[in-house]
Write a protein that binds this ligand. Sequence first.
Ligand code: IYR
Length: 225
Amino acid sequence: MEENSFKTIPLDFTLLEESEMFERAKALNELLQKRRSVRDYSDKPVPRELIEQCLLAANSAPSGANRQPWHFAVVRDAKKKKEIREGAEEEEREFYTSRAPQDWLDALSPLGTDANKPFLETAPCLIVIFGQKYEVDENGQKLKNYYVAESVGIATGLLIAALHNAGLATLTHTPAPMKFLNKILNRPNTERPIMILVVGYPEKNARVPDISRKTLDQFTSFQDD
Ligand code: IYR
């Protein structure tokens, strides 16, 4: 055994009956099919402990060399949310008026999005997700992380699923560039903002676009023979 290896422990694995496996798979699929990106939020606060449980679930994600190269900044303070909204809307105005190529604007047009992001203030909670290119060890040495985008993407997916499962609505929001978030949230330059996850309860009469998901055969191929 390599000197620096982890010690090993027995895997905690429960072998299920096949019928139960199917039931569980179906139940989770049905739950996740109900997830929608929500843009209209009520200001009803979310309990901190609920967010904490969901963050712990997100932190179960696999990551390159188990570095867990993410940071989740939870913002519930009205003043900070306002600053984030102002920073995001400034970038978004640039995006919608000059930065975005016409084909991108055309792709977004059915969604009806624009540079106004009131949900960044209305929603009770914003989770700003950062990827850590480096970790700084106890001697101040920079330690490179691996597969940061992939690892953070997986953790974010788990977080979205966990929040949905807990009965909360979410929206992934990606103003670009997002460097302004490091400043507002006091995060180091070794961290790159990946996205803002808006979290809360939908507004009473919230509506969502009537969109559909690809069918199984549209997005999969079983390479059986
Ligand atoms: N960041 C912009 C634009 C935007 C881009 C994509 I791709 C979307 O799916 C939705 C929006 C905005 O948030 O409006």
